[in-house]
Write a protein that binds this ligand. Structure first.
Ligand code: SF4
Length: 165
C-alpha cells in the first residue's frame, strides 16, 4: 500500500477524474500504457515543448520548472480541468517540500493555445495535503469505488475492465 510520499501527479489526476480509476491504478492496473489517449498526450508533449527539462521528484514528475520557479505542464486536452489544477498544485507542494520555492504553475494547452497560470498560496498547500489524504483514503478502501456514469467514462483507458459485463 502507498504512503503519503508515494502519492504523485497521476494519483491526484485520477482522484479528481474517477476514484475507481485511482483505486485500480494503485493496485497495478495499467491499461493506460496502451491507450490512444495516452499516446496522443505523449505526442503533444513531444511536439509542443521541446526545450522543457522534466523534473523528477520521485513519485511526481513534472514537465518543466523555469528560472523564475514556475512549473510548466503541457496538456493534451483543450481546456483546463480541476484535475489539471490539482496536479499542478501538487507539484508546487512537492517542490516546496524539497526546499524549492515554486511560485506557481502555468498549464499549457497547445491544441487551443490556451494557458492558465496558478499562483501557489498557503491555501493551495492545505488543498494539496487534503488531496494526498483523500488519495490514501480512496486507495485504502477494501472494495473498488463505484463506476462513474457510462457517459463520463468516454476516453478512459480502464473501460475494458469496468464495462466488460
Ligand atoms: S471506465 Fe469509468 S468507472 Fe472505470 S475507471 Fe474509467 S472513468 Fe472510472
Amino acid at each position: 500500500m502507498i504512503n503519503a510520499d508515494d502519492v504523485g501527479g497521476v494519483h491526484i489526476k485520477y482522484l479528481y477524474h474517477c476514484p475507481r480509476q485511482l483505486w485500480l491504478y494503485a493496485r497495478g492496473f495499467r491499461p493506460e500504457a496502451l491507450s490512444e489517449a495516452v499516446q496522443m498526450g505523449e505526442a503533444v508533449h513531444a511536439t509542443s515543448y521541446r526545450r522543457a527539462t522534466p523534473i523528477d521528484l520521485g513519485s511526481a514528475r513534472l514537465d518543466d520548472l523555469d528560472g523564475d520557479l514556475w512549473v510548466h505542464e503541457i496538456k493534451s486536452a483543450s481546456k483546463p480541468s480541476v484535475a489539471d489544477e490539482a496536479q499542478a498544485i501538487h507539484y508546487c507542494y512537492r517542490l516546496h517540500k524539497v526546499g524549492v520555492a515554486a511560485r506557481g504553475a502555468v498549464l499549457h494547452y497547445p491544441k487551443t493555445r490556451r494557458t492558465k497560470r496558478i499562483t501557489y498560496t498557503p491555501a493551495h498547500k492545505a488543498r494539496a495535503e487534503e488531496d494526498i489524504a483523500n488519495v490514501l483514503d480512496t486507495v485504502a478502501s477494501p472494495t473498488s469505488p463505484e463506476r462513474l456514469e457510462r457517459s463520463a467514462c468516454r476516453g478512459c483507458s480502464y473501460q475494458d475492465y469496468c464495462w466488460s459485463d
